[in-house]
Design a protein around this ligand. Structure first.
Ligand code: ADP
Ligand code: ZN
Length: 749
C-alpha cells in the first residue's frame, strides 16, 4: 500500500513554526523506508534536524534537493489518521505542522531503540538433571542449575539469578561454557512504574441514574458513531464506574479506549482502579515516562497487547488503530491546555479526533466548563446527569466564614478565624484529619480595603484591577486600562487599603502557632514532583499520624483520604480576585472540588470557607452545591461582556527586551488588527482588546504585552490574525519583538 516507487521526493515537516514542510530527495537505499509518517534525519543549513515525512511526491518544489540522511526509529510510524490530525492542529492552533506532529508523535522525532538483555536458562532439561547427579559441580553451580530446573523453559537475567541464588554472573557463564546453560538475547518491555494488578474486580451493578446515562453512551458506542457526552455528577456520584463499563463495552467490540485525567490525578490509586478491572491491557502514558518506556508502550500497542491508555493531556494522541472511546475526566481542568506550542486543548483535540474516527467521547465532571455546558444546552453534547451518590454519602455542609466580620467583631486579623481554629481543634481531639486549603495562584496582587472590603475594578469590563509595583499603578489585564494606585480607600477613605495575598511559608508559621503540637504535612507542586512522592505522601497521611494537611490545588483531587472530616479554605478570595474573567468559574470549581474531599466515607464532613465576600454568587452557589444557579448567572455575565463561550478569543503575546519598544509595537499591532477588521471581515463580533500588560508582565528579561482578538468565527479570526501578522512583519522588520499566538487562551498569561 505504501510502496510508491518512482516518487523521487519527500516532503518533510520540521519542528519550525509557520512552514509546512521542506522537500528532500530520497536516496535509493532509503527507497522503501521513506513512507508517510516515518521519522527521518535531514540536512539543513548549518546542520541537521529530525522531522516527519508527510508524503512522497514527484512534484518538484525546489531547484536542487539535498537527500534524506536516515530513517529514525525504523519501527515507528505516525498513522495517516494522526498525520491528518496534525494538519488540523497546525491550522486551528496556528502553529507549524512539524510542531504539531512532534507533539502528536509518542516519541517526538527521536531515534529510539528497543532494549534487549541477556537471559539465561537450562540448555537441556535431561542434560541438566544428569549433570546434577553425575558431574562435579560447585555448590553455587548446583544452586543455579536447580533454580533453572524449577522452570526448564524459563529465562532469567543475571540480576534475577543473583537475587534468587546469590550467585554472580560468572557462575552462570561457567555453566554456559559447559553447555549446561544457554544464553540468549531477549527484548524487554520497559514498563511504567505504576502498580500492576490482575483484572479481578467485576463491574458493579449500575444504579438507575448510572444506567440511564450508560444506555445513552452505548447507543453511540454500539453504532460505532461519533457522539459527545457530558457526564455531570459530583465527586463520588459514580462517573468512574460508568467510564469503566463503557471501556468494557468498547473492548468487547474490538475497539480501544483512551482515558484522560488531569496530570495531578494521575496517581497510583487511579491507575490501580483501572488495572483491577482490565489488568495488563492498561497502559499509562505521560511526560514522566522516559523515551524508552514511551517507545515500548508504542510497540505494545502495535502488537495489540494494550487497548486502554490512561494519561494526562498528551495521551489524547495514543496511536490506537481502532479508537472507540475517549474519556476526559474533569473536562474543565486547565491542565488540558498546553502552554507551549502547539497550544492545544486536549478536550477539543479529543472531540475532533473522535469525530473523524467514529469514536464516542465522555466528558465527566462535577463542574463543567461554561464552554462544555453551553454546548450541552445547544444539543451538541448529550447531557447526562448523576444526582445521587451510589453509597448515599451526603455532600458535606459548607459553612461560610466572613473574614471582614472576623476582623471587625473578633478583632482577629490573623489568617484563621476563631471558628476555624475551634473546628480544627475538635478534629485534633477526635483523632481526625483536617485539610487547610490555600490557593497560591496569582502573579500580581489585588488591592482591597480591609475595613470596607472595597476593591477596584475596571470601568470598561468589570475585571478587578491588579497592583503593579514597578509602576505603582492598578491595571486591567483585559483591556489595559491603568490608574494610579490610590493611597486611601476610594470608598471609605481608610488607610487600610493594600495588596492581599499570602505565601505558604506564612501559613505554615501561623499553623504552628495556632495548633502547637499538631503534626502538619505540606503538599504542593513544589514539594511533590514525582509520581512516587504522591504515594509516599499518601502513605504518610494515612499511616504516619498526620493531623493537618496543608496544600494547594494538588489536594483538591487525586487523593482519596478516608480520615479527613474537615476542609478549611483559608482564603477563597485568592482565586475569586484573579484579574481574569474566569475567576468566578475557577472559584466555583475549586470550592466544589474541595468540598468533595470531605466526608467521602462514613463520617460526616464539614467544609469551612473563609472569605471577604460571603455574598458572592460563586461562593453561595458552591455552598449550595448548585451548578445550575452558578451557570445561569455566569453565562449571562459573559454575554453582557461578550466573552467566551459566547465569543471566541485568540491571544497574542508580544515580548521584547525594551519596555517602551515592546509596548509601542503592541500598540502598532493593535492598529494593524483594527485596520484588517475595518477592511471588512465576515465576523460581526470581531474586535481587538488591549494591549494590556500580561499577568506576568516581566520575566526572563522580557517585557510582555497582551492583545486579544475577540470574534464569533474561528476561521475568520485566524485569517485576521495571519493577515495582521504578515502586515506587521512587513512594515516592522526590525521590531525586536516576538509574537506568540494562543488560540482559545485559558490563561491570560
Ligand atoms: P466519581 O468518579 O464520580 O467520583 P466513582 O465512580 O469513583 O465516582 O464512585 C464513587 C464510589 O461509589 C466508589 O467507591 C464506587 O466504587 C462506588 N460506586 C460507584 N457506582 C456504584 C454502584 N453502581 N453501586 C455501588 N457502588 C458504586
Ligand atoms: Zn478593563
Amino acid at each position: 500500500m505504501d510502496h510508491q516507487p518512482n516518487l523521487p521526493y519527500a516532503d518533510v515537516a520540521l519542528q519550525i513554526p509557520a512552514i509546512e514542510s521542506y522537500q528532500y530527495a530520497v536516496p535509493p537505499l532509503l527507497e522503501d523506508a521513506i513512507v508517510p509518517g516515518a521519522l527521518v534525519r535531514v540536512p539543513v543549513k548549518g546542520g541537521e534536524r529530525s522531522g516527519c515525512v508527510l508524503r512522497r511526491t514527484a512534484e518538484k518544489k525546489a531547484k536542487r534537493h539535498k537527500s534524506v540522511m536516515e530513517r529514525l526509529t525504523p519501527d515507528f510510524r505516525l498513522s495517516p489518521e494522526l498525520l491528518t490530525l496534525g494538519g488540523w492542529m497546525a491550522e486551528y492552533y496556528m502553529c507549524g505542522l512539524g510542531e504539531a506532529l512532534q507533539c502528536i508523535s509518542f516519541i517526538g522525532f527521536k531515534d529510539v531503540r528497543t532494549l534487549s538483555v541477556k537471559k539465561y536458562g537450562a540448555a537441556d532439561e535431561a542434560a541438566a538433571l544428569h549433570a546434577l547427579s553425575h558431574e562435579r559441580l560447585t555448590d553455587k553451580q548446583r544452586a543455579v542449575l536447580e533454580f533453572f530446573l524449577q522452570a526448564p523453559q524459563g529465562a532469567w537475567t543475571a540480576e534475577d539469578i543473583q537475587e534468587s541464588t546469590n550467585s554472580s554472573r560468572a557462575v552462570t557463564l561457567g555453566l554456559v561454557k559447559r553447555g549446561l546453560a544457554r544464553e540468549r538475547r531477549e527484548t524487554v518491555r520497559r514498563e511504567d512504574d505504576y502498580p500492576t494488578a490482575e483484572g479481578i474486580e467485576p463491574p458493579l451493578k449500575l444504579t438507575e441514574e448510572q444506567s440511564a446515562a450508560f444506555q445513552r453512551i452505548i447507543e453511540n458506542l454500539d453504532a460505532q458513531r461519533f457522539g459527545a457526552h457530558l457526564l455531570h455528577g459530583v465527586t463520588g456520584s459514580g462517573k468512574t464506574e460508568i467510564y469503566l463499563q463503557a471501556i468494557g463495552r468498547t473492548l468487547e467490540q474490538g475497539r480501544q479506549a483512551i482515558v484522560l485525567v488531569p496530570e495531578i490525578s494521575l496517581t497510583p490509586q487511579t491507575i490501580e482502579r483501572f488495572r483491577k478491572r482490565f489488568g495488563a491491557r492498561v497502559g499509562v502514558y505521560n511526560s514522566a515516562l522516559n523515551i524508552g518506556q514511551k517507545y515500548d508502550l508504542y510497540l505494545a500497542i502495535q502488537r495489540g497487547e494494550i487497548d486502554i491508555v490512561i494519561g494526562a493531556r498528551s495521551a489524547v494522541f495514543t496511536p490506537f488503530p481502532r479508537l472507540g472511546l475517549i474519556v476526559i475526566d474533569e473536562e474543565q481542568e486547565a491542565s488540558y491546555k498546553q502552554d507551549s506550542a502547539p497550544r492545544y486543548h486536549a478536550r477539543d483535540v479529543a472531540l475532533m479526533r473522535a469525530s473523524k474516527t467514529d469514536a464516542a467521547v465522555i466528558m465527566g465532571t462535577a463542574t463543567p466548563s461554561l464552554e462544555a455546558y453551553r454546548n450541552a444546552e445547544a444539543g451538541k453534547f448529550a447531557l447526562l446527569c448523576l444526582r445521587q451518590r451510589p453509597n448515599a454519602a451526603p455532600l458535606p455542609p459548607v459553612r461560610l466564614i466572613d473574614m471582614q466580620r472576623e476582623a471587625m467583631i473578633n478583632r482577629n486579623t490573623g489568617l484563621f478565624s476563631l471558628e476555624l481554629i475551634e473546628e480544627v481543634n475538635r478534629r485534633l481531639e477526635a483523632g481526625e484529619q483536617s485539610i487547610l486549603f490555600l490557593n497560591r495562584r496569582g502573579y500580581n496582587p489585588i488591592v482591597m480595603c480591609r475595613e470596607c472590603g472595597y476593591r477596584c475594578s475596571c470601568e470598561h469590563d468589570d475585571i478587578l484591577l491588579t497592583y503593579h509595583k514597578r509602576r505603582n499603578m492598578l491595571v486591567c489585564h483585559l483591556c489595559g486600562q491603568a490608574i494610579p494606585m490610590p493611597s486611601r480607600c476610594p470608598q471609605c477613605e481608610s488607610k487600610a487599603f493594600h495588596a492581599i495575598g499570602m505565601g505558604t511559608e506564612r501559613i505554615e508559621e501561623e499553623v504552628a502557632e495556632a495548633f502547637p503540637g499538631a503534626k502538619c504535612l505540606r503538599i504542593d507542586l513544589d514539594t511533590t514532583s514525582s509520581k512516587f512522592s504522591y504515594l509516599e505522601k499518601w502513605r504518610e497521611i494515612n499511616e504516619g499520624g498526620v493531623d493537618i494537611i496543608l496544600g494547594t490545588q494538588m489536594i483538591a483531587k487525586g487523593f482519596d483520604l478516608p480520615r479527613v472530616t474537615l476542609v478549611g479554605v483559608v482564603m477563597a478570595d485568592v482565586s475569586l480576585f484573579q484579574p481574569d474573567f474566569r475567576a468566578s468559574e475557577r472559584t466555583f470549581n475549586l470550592l466544589t472540588q474541595v468540598a468533595g474531599r470531605a466526608g467521602r466515607r462514613d463520617k460526616e464532613g464539614l467544609v469551612c470557607v473563609q472569605t471577604y465576600c460571603p455574598d458572592h454568587f460563586s461562593i453561595l452557589c458552591a455552598q449550595k452545591h448548585d451548578y445550575a444557579a452558578f451557570y445561569n448567572r455566569e453565562i449571562r455575565y459573559r454575554a453582557t461582556l461578550r466573552l467566551p463561550p459566547h465569543t471566541r478569543l485568540i491571544g497574542l503575546l508580544i515580548t521584547g527586551a525594551d519596555p517602551d519598544q515592546t509596548q509601542r509595537m503592541a500598540r502598532v499591532l493593535r492598529g494593524v488588527i483594527d485596520r484588517v477588521i475595518r477592511a471588512g471581515v465576515d465576523d460581526a463580533l470581531a474586535t481587538a482588546l488591549g494591549p494590556a500588560p500580561a499577568a506576568v508582565a516581566y520575566i526572563n528579561k522580557k517585557y510582555r504585552w497582551r492583545l486579544l482578538l475577540r470574534g464569533g468565527k474561528p476561521s475568520v479570526m485566524r485569517s485576521i490574525v495571519s493577515r495582521a501578522l504578515a502586515d506587521f512583519e512587513q512594515h516592522n522588520p526590525r521590531s525586536r519583538t516576538h509574537i506568540t499566538i494562543d488560540v482559545d487562551p485559558l490563561d491570560l498569561m
